[in-house]
Design a protein around this ligand. Sequence first.
Ligand code: SAH
Length: 346
Amino acid sequence: MHLDIDLTGRRVVVLGHPGASRRVVARYRASGADVDRFDTLPSASSALDGATLVVRVAGTGTPSPGDDADTVLRQRCRDAGALLIREAAASDSGHVSLVGGGPGARGLLTLDAAAALRDADVVLYDRLGPTDSLAEIAPSAELVDVGKLPGHHRVPQAGINALLVQHARAGRHVVRLKGGDPFVFGRGSEELAACLEARVPCTVLPGISSSIAVPAAAGIPVTHRGVSHLFTVVSGHAPLTDEEHLHLAGLGGTIVVLMGVSTLPQLVAGLGRAGMRPDMPVAVVERGYSASQRTTSGTLATIVTDAGTARCQSPAVLVIGEVVRVGLELQGSAAHLARLTESLAS
Ligand code: SAH
Protein backbone atom coordinates (compact mmCIF):
# COMPACT_ATOMS: atom_id res chain seq x y z
CA MET A 1 0.00 0.00 0.00
CA HIS A 2 1.29 3.46 -0.80
CA LEU A 3 -0.27 6.44 1.01
CA ASP A 4 0.46 9.88 -0.32
CA ILE A 5 -0.01 12.16 2.71
CA ASP A 6 1.13 15.77 2.83
CA LEU A 7 2.84 16.16 6.21
CA THR A 8 3.97 19.76 5.77
CA GLY A 9 3.68 21.52 9.13
CA ARG A 10 2.13 18.42 10.74
CA ARG A 11 3.39 17.03 14.01
CA VAL A 12 5.03 13.63 13.72
CA VAL A 13 6.17 11.76 16.84
CA VAL A 14 8.93 9.20 16.36
CA LEU A 15 9.51 6.58 19.07
CA GLY A 16 12.91 4.92 19.04
CA HIS A 17 16.55 5.35 19.99
CA PRO A 18 18.47 8.13 18.21
CA GLY A 19 20.72 5.91 16.09
CA ALA A 20 17.99 3.55 14.99
CA SER A 21 15.59 6.45 14.30
CA ARG A 22 17.95 8.80 12.49
CA ARG A 23 16.82 7.93 9.00
CA VAL A 24 13.13 8.04 9.85
CA VAL A 25 13.57 11.43 11.56
CA ALA A 26 15.56 12.83 8.62
CA ARG A 27 12.97 11.59 6.14
CA TYR A 28 9.97 13.12 7.93
CA ARG A 29 11.87 16.38 8.50
CA ALA A 30 12.72 16.48 4.78
CA SER A 31 9.02 16.12 3.97
CA GLY A 32 8.28 19.28 5.99
CA ALA A 33 6.87 17.62 9.13
CA ASP A 34 7.44 18.96 12.62
CA VAL A 35 9.22 15.98 14.19
CA ASP A 36 9.64 15.10 17.88
CA ARG A 37 11.56 12.00 18.85
CA PHE A 38 11.40 10.12 22.14
CA ASP A 39 13.24 6.94 23.16
CA THR A 40 9.95 5.51 24.46
CA LEU A 41 6.40 6.79 24.83
CA PRO A 42 6.48 9.62 27.45
CA SER A 43 4.10 9.11 30.36
CA ALA A 44 2.72 12.66 30.13
CA SER A 45 -0.72 12.34 28.61
CA SER A 46 -0.12 15.42 26.45
CA ALA A 47 2.90 13.85 24.65
CA LEU A 48 0.91 12.98 21.52
CA ASP A 49 -1.25 16.11 21.44
CA GLY A 50 -1.70 17.45 17.95
CA ALA A 51 0.22 14.58 16.34
CA THR A 52 -0.95 13.43 12.90
CA LEU A 53 1.34 10.45 12.87
CA VAL A 54 3.17 8.33 15.43
CA VAL A 55 6.02 6.25 14.05
CA ARG A 56 7.51 3.49 16.10
CA VAL A 57 10.88 2.40 14.94
CA ALA A 58 11.18 -1.36 15.13
CA GLY A 59 13.66 -2.75 17.65
CA THR A 60 15.10 -1.15 20.75
CA GLY A 61 12.86 0.35 23.38
CA THR A 62 9.60 0.63 21.44
CA PRO A 63 6.53 -1.50 22.13
CA SER A 64 6.09 -4.48 19.86
CA PRO A 65 2.66 -5.44 18.61
CA GLY A 66 0.88 -7.56 21.22
CA ASP A 67 2.61 -6.51 24.47
CA ASP A 68 1.02 -4.34 27.17
CA ALA A 69 2.92 -1.22 26.24
CA ASP A 70 1.64 -1.73 22.70
CA THR A 71 -1.98 -1.74 23.88
CA VAL A 72 -1.32 1.51 25.78
CA LEU A 73 0.35 3.08 22.77
CA ARG A 74 -2.53 2.14 20.47
CA GLN A 75 -5.10 3.57 22.88
CA ARG A 76 -3.18 6.82 23.29
CA CYS A 77 -2.85 7.22 19.52
CA ARG A 78 -6.59 6.71 19.17
CA ASP A 79 -7.23 9.31 21.91
CA ALA A 80 -4.93 11.77 20.14
CA GLY A 81 -6.48 11.04 16.72
CA ALA A 82 -3.06 10.06 15.36
CA LEU A 83 -2.20 7.29 12.92
CA LEU A 84 0.27 4.71 14.22
CA ILE A 85 2.77 3.10 11.88
CA ARG A 86 5.92 1.02 12.20
CA GLU A 87 9.18 1.57 10.33
CA ALA A 88 12.45 -0.31 10.13
CA ALA A 89 15.42 0.72 12.24
CA ALA A 90 18.63 1.96 10.67
CA SER A 91 21.46 -0.42 11.47
CA ASP A 92 24.61 0.87 13.12
CA SER A 93 27.00 -1.24 11.13
CA GLY A 94 28.23 0.99 8.35
CA HIS A 95 28.39 -0.33 4.85
CA VAL A 96 28.75 0.78 1.26
CA SER A 97 26.44 0.10 -1.67
CA LEU A 98 28.08 0.63 -5.02
CA VAL A 99 25.02 1.43 -7.08
CA GLY A 100 24.60 1.66 -10.84
CA GLY A 101 22.12 4.46 -11.44
CA GLY A 102 21.46 3.83 -15.14
CA PRO A 103 21.72 6.44 -17.90
CA GLY A 104 19.80 9.23 -16.16
CA ALA A 105 16.08 8.47 -16.29
CA ARG A 106 14.62 7.79 -12.87
CA GLY A 107 12.57 4.89 -14.23
CA LEU A 108 15.75 3.12 -15.28
CA LEU A 109 16.95 2.71 -11.70
CA THR A 110 16.60 -0.89 -10.58
CA LEU A 111 14.29 -1.71 -7.65
CA ASP A 112 17.36 -2.59 -5.57
CA ALA A 113 19.03 0.71 -6.43
CA ALA A 114 15.92 2.65 -5.40
CA ALA A 115 15.73 0.68 -2.12
CA ALA A 116 19.41 1.36 -1.35
CA LEU A 117 18.94 5.09 -2.02
CA ARG A 118 15.87 5.23 0.18
CA ASP A 119 17.87 3.62 3.00
CA ALA A 120 21.03 5.73 2.54
CA ASP A 121 22.55 8.07 5.14
CA VAL A 122 24.98 9.55 2.60
CA VAL A 123 24.98 9.52 -1.20
CA LEU A 124 28.17 10.28 -3.10
CA TYR A 125 27.14 11.01 -6.68
CA ASP A 126 28.48 12.55 -9.84
CA ARG A 127 27.05 14.19 -12.90
CA LEU A 128 25.73 11.16 -14.81
CA GLY A 129 22.86 9.04 -13.51
CA PRO A 130 19.53 10.15 -12.06
CA THR A 131 20.78 13.23 -10.19
CA ASP A 132 17.74 15.51 -10.73
CA SER A 133 15.36 13.85 -8.32
CA LEU A 134 17.96 12.57 -5.86
CA ALA A 135 16.58 14.48 -2.87
CA GLU A 136 13.27 12.73 -3.46
CA ILE A 137 14.69 9.25 -4.05
CA ALA A 138 17.13 9.46 -1.09
CA PRO A 139 15.08 11.53 1.39
CA SER A 140 17.15 10.72 4.51
CA ALA A 141 20.56 11.19 2.98
CA GLU A 142 23.20 13.85 2.93
CA LEU A 143 23.96 14.37 -0.77
CA VAL A 144 27.59 14.89 -1.70
CA ASP A 145 28.59 15.80 -5.27
CA VAL A 146 31.96 14.25 -5.98
CA GLY A 147 31.41 14.66 -9.72
CA LYS A 148 34.13 15.10 -12.19
CA LEU A 149 33.48 17.59 -14.94
CA PRO A 150 35.50 16.63 -18.02
CA GLY A 151 39.03 17.83 -17.40
CA HIS A 152 38.30 19.00 -13.85
CA HIS A 153 38.72 16.37 -11.21
CA ARG A 154 36.58 17.80 -8.43
CA VAL A 155 37.24 15.06 -5.86
CA PRO A 156 40.17 12.84 -6.85
CA GLN A 157 39.51 9.09 -6.89
CA ALA A 158 41.62 8.52 -3.76
CA GLY A 159 39.49 11.14 -2.00
CA ILE A 160 36.27 9.37 -3.02
CA ASN A 161 37.66 6.04 -1.80
CA ALA A 162 38.62 7.65 1.52
CA LEU A 163 35.16 9.24 1.92
CA LEU A 164 33.44 5.88 1.34
CA VAL A 165 35.49 4.23 4.07
CA GLN A 166 35.25 7.17 6.47
CA HIS A 167 31.43 7.43 6.30
CA ALA A 168 30.96 3.65 6.57
CA ARG A 169 33.28 3.51 9.60
CA ALA A 170 31.08 6.14 11.25
CA GLY A 171 28.23 3.60 11.03
CA ARG A 172 26.50 5.05 7.97
CA HIS A 173 24.98 3.40 4.96
CA VAL A 174 26.89 5.00 2.12
CA VAL A 175 25.55 4.81 -1.40
CA ARG A 176 28.10 5.46 -4.11
CA LEU A 177 25.80 6.29 -7.02
CA LYS A 178 27.36 5.95 -10.44
CA GLY A 179 26.01 6.59 -13.92
CA GLY A 180 25.11 3.46 -15.88
CA ASP A 181 26.75 0.33 -14.50
CA PRO A 182 29.44 0.69 -11.82
CA PHE A 183 31.80 -1.75 -13.52
CA VAL A 184 31.70 -0.18 -17.00
CA PHE A 185 34.36 2.56 -17.17
CA GLY A 186 33.21 3.78 -13.78
CA ARG A 187 36.19 2.94 -11.57
CA GLY A 188 33.70 0.95 -9.50
CA SER A 189 36.15 -1.89 -9.07
CA GLU A 190 38.69 0.50 -7.53
CA GLU A 191 36.08 1.67 -5.03
CA LEU A 192 35.18 -1.94 -4.22
CA ALA A 193 38.89 -2.69 -3.70
CA ALA A 194 39.24 0.28 -1.34
CA CYS A 195 36.29 -0.97 0.75
CA LEU A 196 37.58 -4.54 0.84
CA GLU A 197 41.03 -3.36 1.85
CA ALA A 198 39.52 -1.32 4.71
CA ARG A 199 37.32 -4.31 5.65
CA VAL A 200 34.16 -2.27 5.03
CA PRO A 201 31.26 -4.40 3.73
CA CYS A 202 30.38 -3.40 0.19
CA THR A 203 27.54 -4.57 -2.06
CA VAL A 204 27.58 -3.97 -5.80
CA LEU A 205 24.23 -3.26 -7.46
CA PRO A 206 24.53 -3.38 -11.25
CA GLY A 207 22.87 -0.72 -13.36
CA ILE A 208 21.66 -0.27 -16.91
CA SER A 209 24.69 0.76 -18.91
CA SER A 210 24.51 3.68 -21.30
CA SER A 211 26.47 1.55 -23.77
CA ILE A 212 23.26 -0.36 -24.57
CA ALA A 213 20.55 1.97 -23.28
CA VAL A 214 21.62 5.21 -24.99
CA PRO A 215 21.70 3.69 -28.50
CA ALA A 216 18.29 2.19 -27.62
CA ALA A 217 17.02 5.64 -26.64
CA ALA A 218 17.77 6.67 -30.21
CA GLY A 219 16.07 3.55 -31.57
CA ILE A 220 19.35 1.79 -32.43
CA PRO A 221 19.62 -1.88 -31.43
CA VAL A 222 23.22 -2.91 -30.65
CA THR A 223 22.54 -6.30 -32.27
CA HIS A 224 20.08 -7.25 -35.02
CA ARG A 225 19.63 -10.71 -36.49
CA GLY A 226 21.41 -11.01 -39.80
CA VAL A 227 23.07 -7.60 -39.39
CA SER A 228 25.30 -7.73 -36.32
CA HIS A 229 25.75 -10.56 -33.84
CA LEU A 230 28.27 -8.85 -31.60
CA PHE A 231 29.00 -5.51 -30.08
CA THR A 232 32.18 -4.17 -28.59
CA VAL A 233 32.20 -1.37 -26.03
CA VAL A 234 35.25 0.84 -26.19
CA SER A 235 36.47 3.79 -24.16
CA GLY A 236 37.37 6.78 -26.29
CA HIS A 237 39.01 8.52 -23.35
CA ALA A 238 42.40 8.15 -25.05
CA PRO A 239 43.02 7.43 -28.77
CA LEU A 240 43.32 3.73 -29.67
CA THR A 241 46.42 2.14 -31.17
CA ASP A 242 46.48 1.04 -34.81
CA GLU A 243 46.49 -2.55 -33.66
CA GLU A 244 43.26 -1.92 -31.78
CA HIS A 245 41.74 -0.20 -34.82
CA LEU A 246 42.61 -3.28 -36.90
CA HIS A 247 41.01 -5.65 -34.38
CA LEU A 248 37.89 -3.53 -34.10
CA ALA A 249 37.41 -3.12 -37.83
CA GLY A 250 38.16 -6.83 -38.33
CA LEU A 251 35.41 -8.01 -35.98
CA GLY A 252 32.66 -6.88 -38.32
CA GLY A 253 30.16 -6.13 -35.53
CA THR A 254 28.78 -3.06 -33.80
CA ILE A 255 31.26 -0.70 -32.13
CA VAL A 256 29.94 1.38 -29.23
CA VAL A 257 32.21 4.14 -27.93
CA LEU A 258 31.80 5.93 -24.61
CA MET A 259 33.67 9.15 -23.77
CA GLY A 260 34.52 9.35 -27.45
CA VAL A 261 33.45 12.81 -28.67
CA SER A 262 36.86 14.47 -28.43
CA THR A 263 38.76 11.51 -29.95
CA LEU A 264 36.23 10.92 -32.76
CA PRO A 265 38.60 12.24 -35.50
CA GLN A 266 41.41 9.85 -34.47
CA LEU A 267 38.99 6.90 -34.24
CA VAL A 268 37.47 7.56 -37.65
CA ALA A 269 40.90 7.97 -39.24
CA GLY A 270 42.18 4.81 -37.54
CA LEU A 271 39.20 2.68 -38.60
CA GLY A 272 39.58 4.03 -42.14
CA ARG A 273 43.26 3.01 -42.18
CA ALA A 274 42.20 -0.41 -40.87
CA GLY A 275 39.99 -0.89 -43.94
CA MET A 276 36.52 -0.02 -42.69
CA ARG A 277 34.18 1.06 -45.52
CA PRO A 278 33.75 4.85 -45.79
CA ASP A 279 29.96 4.42 -46.07
CA MET A 280 29.71 2.57 -42.73
CA PRO A 281 26.84 4.24 -40.79
CA VAL A 282 27.79 6.12 -37.61
CA ALA A 283 25.57 7.84 -35.01
CA VAL A 284 26.35 10.17 -32.14
CA VAL A 285 23.66 10.08 -29.44
CA GLU A 286 24.01 12.96 -26.98
CA ARG A 287 22.42 13.31 -23.54
CA GLY A 288 20.32 10.13 -23.74
CA TYR A 289 17.08 10.20 -21.73
CA SER A 290 17.20 13.96 -21.15
CA ALA A 291 14.86 16.51 -22.67
CA SER A 292 17.72 17.59 -24.95
CA GLN A 293 18.59 14.13 -26.29
CA ARG A 294 19.81 14.38 -29.88
CA THR A 295 21.05 11.99 -32.55
CA THR A 296 23.44 13.05 -35.30
CA SER A 297 24.05 10.44 -37.95
CA GLY A 298 26.35 10.09 -40.93
CA THR A 299 28.93 7.70 -42.28
CA LEU A 300 32.54 7.02 -41.44
CA ALA A 301 33.46 9.46 -44.22
CA THR A 302 31.17 12.29 -43.05
CA ILE A 303 30.67 11.95 -39.29
CA VAL A 304 33.57 14.17 -38.18
CA THR A 305 32.16 17.05 -40.23
CA ASP A 306 28.56 16.20 -39.26
CA ALA A 307 29.40 16.13 -35.53
CA GLY A 308 31.44 19.33 -35.87
CA THR A 309 28.61 21.17 -37.65
CA ALA A 310 26.10 19.98 -35.05
CA ARG A 311 28.59 20.89 -32.26
CA CYS A 312 28.22 17.48 -30.64
CA GLN A 313 29.34 17.40 -27.02
CA SER A 314 29.92 14.96 -24.20
CA PRO A 315 28.13 13.03 -22.75
CA ALA A 316 27.43 11.07 -25.89
CA VAL A 317 27.54 7.48 -27.05
CA LEU A 318 28.90 6.76 -30.54
CA VAL A 319 27.61 3.81 -32.51
CA ILE A 320 29.44 2.52 -35.57
CA GLY A 321 27.90 -0.25 -37.65
CA GLU A 322 25.04 -1.35 -39.88
CA VAL A 323 22.70 -1.40 -36.86
CA VAL A 324 22.60 2.41 -37.14
CA ARG A 325 20.86 2.01 -40.50
CA VAL A 326 18.46 -0.53 -38.95
CA GLY A 327 17.65 2.01 -36.22
CA LEU A 328 17.07 4.83 -38.68
CA GLU A 329 14.86 2.60 -40.87
CA LEU A 330 12.82 1.50 -37.84
CA GLN A 331 12.37 5.12 -36.81
CA GLY A 332 11.46 6.04 -40.38
CA SER A 333 8.76 3.37 -40.60
CA ALA A 334 7.45 4.26 -37.12
CA ALA A 335 7.13 7.91 -38.19
CA HIS A 336 5.53 6.83 -41.47
CA LEU A 337 3.06 4.64 -39.59
CA ALA A 338 2.22 7.47 -37.19
CA ARG A 339 1.55 9.84 -40.12
CA LEU A 340 -0.56 7.21 -41.85
CA THR A 341 -2.63 6.57 -38.71
CA GLU A 342 -3.06 10.29 -38.24
CA SER A 343 -4.24 10.89 -41.81
CA LEU A 344 -6.62 7.91 -41.62
CA ALA A 345 -8.07 9.25 -38.38
CA SER A 346 -8.69 12.74 -39.74
N1 SAH B 1 29.38 3.46 -16.17
C1 SAH B 1 28.75 4.22 -17.23
C2 SAH B 1 29.76 4.83 -18.17
C3 SAH B 1 30.70 5.81 -17.54
S1 SAH B 1 31.74 6.60 -18.68
C4 SAH B 1 27.75 3.34 -17.95
O1 SAH B 1 27.73 2.11 -17.78
O2 SAH B 1 26.92 3.90 -18.68
C5 SAH B 1 30.85 8.05 -19.07
C6 SAH B 1 30.34 8.02 -20.48
O3 SAH B 1 29.13 7.27 -20.55
C7 SAH B 1 30.01 9.36 -21.08
O4 SAH B 1 31.14 10.05 -21.53
C8 SAH B 1 29.12 8.94 -22.22
O5 SAH B 1 29.87 8.42 -23.28
C9 SAH B 1 28.34 7.80 -21.61
N2 SAH B 1 27.03 8.20 -21.07
C10 SAH B 1 26.57 7.93 -19.83
N3 SAH B 1 25.30 8.37 -19.68
C11 SAH B 1 24.97 8.94 -20.86
C12 SAH B 1 23.78 9.57 -21.35
N4 SAH B 1 22.70 9.70 -20.59
N5 SAH B 1 23.79 10.02 -22.63
C13 SAH B 1 24.86 9.88 -23.41
N6 SAH B 1 26.00 9.30 -23.00
C14 SAH B 1 26.05 8.83 -21.74
